[in-house]
Ligand binder design. Structure first.
Ligand code: HEM
Ligand SMILES: *[C@@H]1O[C@H](CO)[C@@H](O)[C@H](O)[C@H]1NC(C)=O
Ligand SMILES: *[C@@H]1O[C@H](CO)[C@@H](O)[C@H](O)[C@H]1NC(C)=O
Length: 481
């Protein structure tokens, strides 16, 4: 009893002291005075408007847009425990994305850091980061992906045959199979999906690890996922269940024997690194690809001329096939218009609306002095809607990609040292799915809306901003369906 009283008193003292310290340090970033903007209230800063606008239909863009109108393209804020400078433009992109290694590092929120673990690619910098990227590059290269094509193709056909009536979990099943040869149905798949959903929703949560919170649930789901991986890894080590998947290709690096020389240490991953990075690929690769597919279907709905042109490309592929044979690997690598539609989708939707970095040293951008330790958010939405590069920026127009663009004007997959290593995989998944979708259904109609709702509610949950859905149009489906 007495002991707990003392503990409570100590706790209160610590809280008061840290509050004083916090308020004191509130005034301390003198160096930030030169940067326009307001830091909001002490302690909480502008976190509330940040969170509320983040979850509003307009998404985070309205938070940035309002402040840009007031302060200009560079402004400061204090959100979620961080002094943050928002900036945009090609000059800033050049320095932040392609600048000297070690000047900036990736800047995950605390919850993300805790869930993914310290050895995740997202938390590595410099040489360690380069080395890890090299290890995952091979299975994600165009050649490395070839062996997953047939699985993807069959899955897309099967799912669209069963749909509507069955939920489409295309992207999750693809990545689960590629990474650890998970069967598309069954108990393991169900467990995998349930855990993944919890992990995914813990990223944008408050950092309190109290039972019942999204963060706490995320950590627990992560631990269950790691236990699943552990048992698969030990099976593989015992020579059972050999598969050609990412896990296997990383395990090979892992167990390469030391007699091959010093260089080998470089190619080894510990179990912890292996698990952290498998999870990283899942997290970085799933919601992004799903959001891209969802937006793409929405944009097709809104732009019948684009849909018609896209359908022409795919019909030609279909007509070129003999006797009902299916889509081939060389077909998917020859879809020029589809690729423009994908890029235009990523420009208009800008799935990662800003890239977050942390200054690893002092430096200067656009005349503003940035100090070591500050968070810097590169606003990509503004870059993607710059009327000088993209006239009539709100218009969805894939022909913008007919000509090569100026460097750093399109950042759908990022650029520089941290450019998306999953670009080939994402494009492959989208090409395969879209092919079967547009070949199967005729004219924009109810299917698109139903599919959108299904993808959005079942897979995305409330993760991305709510898309505006249309009143159902006339149902008009082709003879096939
Ligand atoms: C359409 C789908 C996708 C989009 C729009 C996308 C977008 C991006 C962008 C913009 C970045 C750079 C972020 C930054 O610089 O801060 C990035 C990084 C990354 N992406 Fe993707 N991505 C997609 C799919 C994938 C897939 C399928 C995978 C893997 C299976 C993946 C794995 C990663 C990883 C691991 C990083 C971090 C790279 C590093 O820090 O070095 N992404 N992605
Ligand atoms: C789409 O964007 C990617 C990444 O920036 C680029 O490499 C590719 O050439 C673009 N494709 C088209 C068709 O413009
Ligand atoms: C998304 O929109 C639907 C329909 O308007 C609404 O019922 C739902 O609550 C919205 N979800 C979010 C996360 O805003």
């Amino acid at each position: 009893m007495e002991l707990s009283m003392i503990m409570i008193l100590v706790l209160i003292l610590v809280l008061v002291l840290s509050a004083i310290f916090f308020l004191h340090s509130w005034n301390s970033p003198k160096a930030m005075e030169g940067i326009p903007g307001t830091l909001g209230w002490p302690v909480v800063g502008e976190s509330f408007s940040f969170i509320s606008e983040f979850s509003s239909p307009a998404g985070i863009f309205s938070f940035m847009n309002k402040r840009q109108q007031r302060y200009g393209k560079v402004f400061k804020s204090y959100v979620l425990g961080r002094f943050t400078v928002f900036m945009t433009g090609r000059e800033a992109s050049k320095i932040l994305l392609t600048g000297k290694d070690g000047m900036v590092s990736l800047n995950l929120f605390y919850t993300g850091q805790q869930v993914l673990g310290p050895t995740s690619l997202l938390q590595q910098t410099g040489q360690a980061h380069k080395r890890l990227r090299r290890l995952i590059a091979e299975p994600l290269s165009v050649d490395g992906l070839k062996k997953y094509f047939q699985f993807m193709n069959n899955l897309a056909i099967e799912m669209l045959d069963q749909w509507p009536g069955r939920t489409v979990f295309f992207t999750l099943k693809v990545i689960g199979n590629m990474i650890m040869s998970l069967e598309p149905t069954g108990e393991e798949q169900e467990k995998f999906r349930a855990n993944f959903k919890l992990i995914s929703s813990s990223f944008a949560s408050l950092p309190f690890k109290i039972p019942g919170t999204a963060f706490h649930n995320g950590i627990k789901a992560r631990n269950r996922m790691y236990a699943m991986l552990d048992s698969t890894i030990s099976k593989r080590r015992n020579g059972e269940g050999f598969q050609q998947d990412f896990l296997e290709s990383l395990l090979k690096k892992h167990s390469k024997d030391a007699s091959e020389g010093d260089e080998d240490d470089d190619n080894k991953l510990t179990d912890k690194q292996l698990k952290d990075n498998i999870l990283t690929l899942l997290v970085a690769g799933h919601d992004t690809t799903t959001a891209a597919l969802t937006w793409l279907i929405k944009f097709l709905e809104e732009n019948p001329a684009v849909l018609e042109r896209l359908r022409e490309e795919h019909r030609e592929i279909q007509d070129g096939r003999k006797d009902g044979s299916s889509l081939t690997w060389s077909d998917v690598n020859n879809m020029p218009y589809t690729n423009k539609v994908i890029n235009e989708t990523l420009r208009r939707a800008t799935i990662l609306p800003w890239f977050s970095r942390k200054a690893a040293q002092d430096f200067e951008i656009d005349g503003y002095k940035i100090k070591k330790g500050w968070s810097i958010n590169l606003d990509v939405v503004s870059i993607h809607h710059d009327p000088e590069v993209f006239p009539d920026p709100q218009k969805f127009d894939p022909s913008r990609f007919d000509e090569p663009l100026k460097p750093l004007s399109f950042l759908g997959f990022g650029n520089g040292q941290r450019m998306c290593p999953g670009i080939n995989l994402a494009k492959l998944e989208i090409c395969v799915f879209i092919h079967h979708l547009v070949c199967r259904y005729k004219r924009s109609s109810r299917w698109a809306i139903l599919l959108l709702q299904s993808i959005q509610h079942q897979i995305l949950g409330s993760y991305t901003s709510n898309l505006t859905l249309y009143p159902p149009l006339q149902v008009e489906t082709s003879g096939e369906k």
